[in-house]
Design a protein around this ligand. Sequence first.
Ligand code: AMP
Ligand code: MN
Ligand code: MN
Length: 349
Amino acid sequence: MSVTLTPGKIAAARELARLFVPGRRVCLTTHVNPDGDGLGSEAGLLHLLRERGVDAIVTNPTPTPPRFAFLFDDLPGADRTAEAVKELRRADLIVVLDISDLSRLGMLTETVRGRGVPVACIDHHVSEGELPPGPRYMDPTAAATGELILELAEANDWPITESAARGLYVAILTDTGGFRFSNTRPQTLRVAADLLEAGVDPEEIYLEVYARAPEGRPRLFAEALQTLVVEPEYGLAWVTVPPGAIERLKVTSDDLDGVVEFPRSIEGVRLALLFREISQGRVKVSLRSVGDVDVAEFARPFGGGGHRKAAGLLMTGSLAEVQATVLEAARAWLGSRDGRPAASGTAVR
Ligand code: AMP
Ligand code: MN
Ligand code: MN
């Protein structure tokens, strides 16, 4: 194995692993609308724990998107998301992956808050939120939580089996946009190399994650991309999901993964956004940036968060209202950052 860990990381990883005792019921969970990093980290850690005789299950706040269901094919009965509240009430240990804020657990927030059992956390987000006490293994420089699960295994001398490696590879592949984004560090590729050495077939994973789409996915992209607006004077571009399109095309919100890369791909764009009404009066905004624009910082005053170049926020209001508010703030913010006067309205910082 090729990764080197600091003494501090080794100590933190060993302290966390001490909680994994056979006989204890362990629930793994991640953020609402789980992504490849949350689900791949869960599948990888589940295999590692089961190999050590620890009974662990997955209890997420929202269902596993169809494109990631294959991660649990060789873990029968492990995805207990449909019974999450019941299972969490019986857990001896809760492990939160790929988030460090209770509020991102959606409908499970209060259940986890009130349990009184240790809540361990493994995460790479920049902003730490509120979580019940328990050991932490955090590194915002890691490209994916999956990278940190591999470190946890290394620090505890747990061998990486092919099954565990597949989940961790999905985690890193998806959070780095296929090893393209700026979070791809030398360490990321060393970890990926270890996973290939453990037996991962990169083409098989690519086909599962990116090439088994329902017909509705490209049709959803087509409809969303029709809405593209570009404001070159601000370096701003955005797309909007037409209301009702996800249901009509029989896809899930996971099928929007990658749409925001199109407005981001335009020459001169520094901030790209995707707007989607997730229910009546609630709008999700995905933010992506190019260069030194820090979207986690932009999202913070709106109660959102994430990473420097990929963040999200949730707002109440109609699609039109949220767009007006967020775009006005974006113009002011981008304008103020390079010395140009803000366009109008109040800057958010
Ligand atoms: P997304 O736009 O959903 O792909 O998310 C991009 C990044 O922002 C991910 O790291 C998410 O965990 C984070 N993120 C998305 N939505 C929120 C939110 N409402 N609050 C905090 N972080 C978020
Ligand atoms: Mn995530
Ligand atoms: Mn992640």
